[in-house]
Design a protein around this ligand. Structure first.
Ligand code: ADP
Length: 215
């Protein structure tokens, strides 16, 4: 199992954000988490990526119990095993497109320009490696973020509303990239989205309401 969550609960003060959440994502699965705003989706996703802490329960990622790791160990595991795509792109403005994609690689002390270029081609940005982020559209920025998420060959891609800042046309472009990753590369992916059209095209939908999985 790529991801295994058991009886996970988290509160802010006396307010539960989510409670008793259990779910699995198997290798090669493409799963959407949907639900109303405030249902707890983003917080849950952050916990599953080891970006946030929880009160009780467990998260196993690629067989490792995240709850047993120090912050540094967790950061290293995430760097190696998870590719995260955020709604707000989070590309670094002073690095060009090539450098942004290569960044997680550099952080692990690796260098492979051919791989960076291959990924840029795969997301349709083959000619734009030297551009700065400010010279790109939102859809192009998200494709940079997807290439960056893939650079370390992660066991799991996680996305938090990856099409949330995009218009319909760019949403389709980005979704088609996710679909190709699933079909052609059997990439395991877990995506939070409120876009029903997007969710319907994944393998499986997990529905959250008020901090619980209802379906
Ligand atoms: P979703 O992604 O489904 O919109 P979130 O995970 O962002 O939901 O938020 C779930 C609930 O937790 C919301 O009610 C939100 O207000 C609350 N929440 C999120 N972050 C914090 C925080 N840092 N402190 C207090 N409450 C928070």
């Amino acid at each position: 199992m790529t991801l295994q969550v058991r009886h996970l609960s988290k509160h802010y003060g006396s307010t539960p954000v989510f409670s008793n959440v259990s779910l699995d994502v198997a290798p090669g699965e493409f799963v959407a988490i949907v639900g109303e705003s405030g249902a707890g989706k983003s917080t849950l996703l952050n916990c599953m990526a080891g970006l946030d802490t929880w009160d009780s329960g467990s998260v196993h990622l690629g067989g490792t119990d995240l709850g047993t790791l120090t912050n540094d160990q967790c950061a290293l595991l995430r760097r190696k095993q998870v590719g995260f795509v955020f709604q707000a792109f989070h590309v670094l403005p002073h690095l060009d497109v090539f450098q942004n994609v290569a960044l997680p690689f550099l952080l692990l002390g690796r260098e492979d320009p051919d791989r960076v270029n291959a990924l840029l081609h795969a997301v349709g940005l083959g000619d734009l490696g030297a551009r700065l982020p400010q010279q790109l559209s939102g859809g192009q920025l998200q494709r940079v973020a997807i290439a960056r998420a893939l650079i370390n060959d992660p066991v799991l891609i996680m996305g938090d509303e990856p099409t949330g800042n995009l218009d319909k046309k760019n949403t389709d472009v980005v979704f088609n990239i996710f679909q190709r990753l699933s079909k052609e590369f059997n990439q395991t992916m877990l995506i939070v989205t409120h876009d029903q059209e997007f969710a319907k095209k994944t393998h499986r939908i997990i529905e959250m309401e008020d901090g619980k999985i209802i379906k």
